[in-house]
Design a protein around this ligand. Sequence first.
Ligand code: HGY
Ligand code: MN
Ligand code: MN
Length: 408
Amino acid sequence: MTGADRALARADELGRISARPDALERVHLSPQHAAADALVALWMEEAGLSTRLDAAGNRIGRREGSVPGPPALVLGSHLDTVPDAGRYDGMLGVLLAIEVADRLRDHPLPFAFEVVGFTDEEGTRFGNALFGSRAFAGAVTPEWLAVRDRAGISMGEALTAFGLDPARIGEAARRPEDLVGYLEVHIEQGPELLDAGLPLGVVSSIASARRFALEVTGRAAHAGGTPYARRRDALVGAAELVVAIEAIAEETGTIATVGRIRAFPGGVNVVPGLARLSLDLRAEHDAERDAAFARIEAEAERICAARGLGWRAEELYRADAVVCDPVLSRAIAAGIRATTGAEPPRLFSRAGHDAMAVAAVAPIGMLFVRCGNDGVSHSPDETVDAGDVAVALDAFESAVLAVAAGRP
Ligand code: HGY
Ligand code: MN
Ligand code: MN
């Protein structure tokens, strides 16, 4: 079995570790997190790495370089998923990093070599994304540990239940002087490489993002006896806002998504007095992102004033745009050229990645793999081509060797 085929088989195996029988969902500090972690730890050890679970729940495998001790080149991605996920978002990057470790296990390197399976990149359980990689970058504050999931369990309580000590979260933080850089392979999660007919690409930068919980408040009332002129229907107001958000994003060239909306009290014969909705807003640059949000705020004011509604927005997550390191990007491009013989395209990532957080403590580089099936991701219909995964593995290995060649 080739390394690429083994990575795909292992992605299938991880894809079966889910909280739900009918779909893939594996969230931070869950029993499924523990089960996937145990499997990945085993695979890392089989690839010649010594492994540990860090204070945030990230699985880290390491082998020393020719001169033991820091610094380390780190390869990785995440092991958690969104609800009803595909099998490759995050997992493919960790599994290909393990395959590179296996290929280079006896190859002397001028730095230590680490593979990291980050936890909680998606923020599915607690709403705040990039927890594991932000802990790796020393950027987790006590407020993160107070956030509660839908069952009312705080992140701190969940860490304790998982066997970790929230008071020691700072121990997950890595020092810049201990890191050569960070390389991440990830599926593109869009159609650009597919439309270009190319298997691989170099990521130039990662999108700027903000996430919000929005609330629209009106007045619950009888669905039959309340004339329209007397209604303050929170759901209709929210629906008008959702359509306006799409129009603003298209006009401003940004990307906005309302992925979740709920009406309260939720009776079929009750005019909703409250609507709660999510907002995921992204752009290539921070200024574009923030200007689009200012327009969304103004439109929410207008809609709610016209309908006698109130509204508020709570920001849950913010990540500024991150530019990939030119040296590491050149190494990735060299790896792709050496493998495919063609100059790879450079594209900006509309999806967020752990590399955004790691960039605070290390230079980053990212390699994109073509997504099949119209580029769909965050869906069980997510697909990759085995041939593309094979060239991605070869390119990834070549990129690591290119980084090594450039080191004293
Ligand atoms: O939401 C994202 O962009 C990433 O998949 N977490
Ligand atoms: Mn994702
Ligand atoms: Mn991902």
